[in-house]
Design a binder for this molecule. Structure first.
Ligand code: NAP
Length: 259
């Protein structure tokens, strides 16, 4: 009897990455026949408690780029299938995943977050990038809830006369480039009532967010709509090429078909 397990690498850092890992580990016909590896960039200190071998950090090093580092990892660990469950705005690692899987000759599936359906009567403005979001904020906002992570705060540096409430998962490691701001921390999922209370407490008139989609943070969109705050959404970058699904069940089917 062949007892070799199918090795699956999940690129995560998202609630969807955790969900698909748990789903594989408990799925009939997959739980006993697969071995799951879970990869994190290491942007936060949080390591999820999941039924997988967790590895942390980028695949590149001083003498190897990210694609070749991932190729090396896939080859060394004898990975059979790759699931890209990274964030819709994590463009680099998704592109690297597609390239590396093609080089090694293994199948890759993108687990894509469902886009948000905007609440009726909400005041939503889609912008192409952070610079445009900052430009609209500078012209129209008074008190902003900024939920864009820590990498893109520089876009808002030159703005004065606007108070920023900056929400992050963990306290920042560097000083903020903003003029008038306060930092709050919180880890999704967020409760709708809590989100409304937060926006009322800080008298927020504009929410700025990436159009990330997914269930874990939709409450901020609904809350902004409920309190009458404008919602500025940065459009998603184009998804990586290749096969993609939005549902966990569809991802499990894809795995079964590709084993
Ligand atoms: P990115 O710009 O696409 O990736 C930058 C580099 O980080 C990659 O080239 C890779 O380094 C490393 N990396 C990213 N994700 C990785 C993973 N899952 N495992 C190992 N290495 C990874 O990504 P990002 O936007 O900085 O996001 C980093 C992580 O945070 C991702 O896992 C993503 O799912 C999660 N996240 C991102 C956002 C967001 O708004 N961007 C929001 C929530 C969560 P090497 O080239 O050295 O391999």
């Amino acid at each position: 009897m062949n007892t070799t397990k199918t090795k699956i690498l999940v690129l995560g850092g998202t609630s969807e990455g955790i969900q698909i890992t748990k789903a594989i580990a408990s799925a009939k016909n997959l739980s006993d026949t697969t071995e799951i590896f879970y990869s994190l960039a290491g942007r936060t200190n949080n390591v999820p408690d999941i039924p997988a071998k967790v590895r942390i950090g980028g695949f590149s090093s001083t003498n190897i780029n990210g694609v070749d580092g991932l190729v090396e990892y896939l080859t060394e660990q004898k990975i059979d299938l790759l699931i890209d469950a990274t964030h819709p705005f994590a463009e680099q690692i998704s592109a690297n995943a597609t390239s590396a899987a093609n080089k090694v000759g293994i199948a890759v599936l993108r687990l894509e977050r469902k886009a948000w359906k905007m609440p009726e009567n909400s005041d939503v403005l889609y912008v192409p990038d952070m610079a445009e979001a900052a430009s609209v904020v500078a012209r129209t906002a008074r008190r902003v809830l900024l939920t864009i992570g820590s990498k893109d705060l520089d876009a808002f540096t030159a703005i004065d006369k606007v108070h920023f409430v900056v929400r992050m998962i963990e306290p920042p490691k560097t000083t903020s480039p903003l003029d008038d701001f306060e930092i709050i921390t919180g880890r999704p999922p967020f409760d709708l009532i809590d989100e409304e209370n937060l926006m009322r407490h800080h008298d927020i008139d504009v929410l700025v967010s990436k159009a990330s989609g997914g269930a874990a943070t939709f409450s901020k969109i609904q809350a902004a709509s409920n309190v009458g705050a404008r919602i500025i959404l940065i459009r998603r970058p184009p998804p990586p090429e290749g096969e993609a699904v939005e549902e966990i069940a569809a991802a499990l089917e894809w795995i079964k078909e590709n084993i």
